[in-house]
Design a protein around this ligand. Structure first.
Ligand SMILES: [Zn+2]
Length: 364
């Protein structure tokens, strides 16, 4: 029975990556055509799979392609961030069908209450598999607890058991950067090794090694922002000196730019043609590049993905970071590592939270 369910999940997992014919499924899973027919028939009758478009082959025949039924299941994604809390609902094919935002002026108890009401109402319409939550680190993902992230006082020591009771759903918690890295797998490749870099308040990262999230012994993940890039640099709140996030984070770039314009915001700075601002961004890129060089020498990612607000300055960052990487990495392969921009879009964090539920459901 368990084997049968395992094979059904495997079929769903492959179809999730792209619509496939029965013959392709048989080839990919190593199961016989007869076995595939049996599994597909039961998945179709359960309402999880459906026959979609037909595709022309070189032989001229047109096999029927199978695809996921968008309405089969839904997942709730909750992004607990410094500017507020975002909730989104994704259907079985990862399309957003509902979104809501609570600004950080609203008390966390009110947010939780309204979130419960919202999900209860949505349950009349949608069949949920569960909910995923992301938060800036440090996060204890093993025990489901947000620890004490900077600037997120209202959520310090929040346990997701409370949320699980409120939503009456299974809830998974993950650090934002780790969840973003997991979500990128669908676009970069299921068995690739890559690093995501998120610069906001500080500088965070998530590392996927051959398709699996790298998790440290204590479950905190990699604190890449606290790699020192200046032996005699400024003292950091962590106790170290010259930490990368003192030079590579968004507040650090804004602090420098505000000498010229006190009310400048990141979107303006990141996309400005003004030489004074370009100089600041280049310095920020240099700090990011040193982090990348260290990461490449240590972890050998195949590609590095810029997440969140960093994407706004992508062209400049890419050019400057890749140029430093090409000169300073140890191996030839390392010197060729490319910087790409996330394709997860505006609601990347809530999207990556909802994706955690599907990752668990489909299996890795
Ligand atoms: Zn530090």
């Amino acid at each position: 029975m368990e084997q049968k369910q395992g094979n059904a999940r495997l079929v769903l997992k492959f179809v999730r990556e792209s619509p496939l014919s029965r013959a392709e499924l048989s080839r990919k899973t190593g199961l016989t055509r007869a076995a595939i027919t049996g599994i597909v028939d039961s998945l179709v009758s359960e309402g999880l799979l459906r026959e979609g478009t037909t595709e022309k082959t070189s032989m001229g025949r047109r096999p029927t392609m199978l695809e996921l039924v968008p309405e089969a299941y839904y997942s709730v994604g909750i992004d607990i961030a410094r500017d507020g809390v975002r909730l989104c609902v994704l259907d079985f094919t990862m399309q957003a069908v509902f979104e809501r935002f609570w600004g950080n002026e609203i008390e966390s108890e009110t947010v939780l209450f309204e979130m419960g009401e919202t999900v209860r109402t949505l349950k009349k319409q949608y069949r949920f598999l569960g909910a995923g939550v992301v938060s800036p680190g440090p996060v204890d993902s093993v025990n489901g607890k947000i620890l004490e992230p900077d600037g997120l006082d209202a959520w310090h020591n929040f346990s997701i058991d409370k949320l699980s009771g409120l939503l009456e759903l299974d809830v998974i918690l993950q650090k934002d950067t780790a969840a973003l890295a997991i979500a990128e797998k669908r676009f970069i490749g299921a068995d690739k090794s890559f690093l995501v870099l998120l610069a906001d308040h500080g500088l965070g990262s998530g590392f996927i090694y051959k398709g699996e999230l790298f998790e440290s012994a204590f479950g905190f993940g990699s604190e890449i922002g606290h790699i020192s890039i200046d032996l005699n640099g400024e003292k950091c709140s962590c106790g170290n000196r010259g930490c990368a996030e003192l030079y590579a984070s968004i507040p650090s770039a804004l602090k420098a730019a505000r000498a010229f314009k006190p009310d400048i915001i990141w979107s303006e700075l990141a996309q400005s043609d003004d030489d004074r601002y370009r100089k600041i961004l280049k310095k920020q890129a240099e700090a990011l590049a040193l982090v990348c060089v260290n990461a490449i020498n240590m972890l050998e990612p195949e590609v590095i993905v810029l997440e969140g607000d960093l994407c706004l300055g992508y062209e400049l960052f890419k050019e400057n970071i890749e140029s430093i990487i090409s000169e300073r990495c140890f191996t030839k392969a390392g010197r060729g590592v490319k910087i790409i921009s996330s394709v997860l879009g505006q609601n990347a964090r809530a999207f990556s939270a909802a994706n955690l539920v599907y990752e668990k459901y489909f299996g890795r």
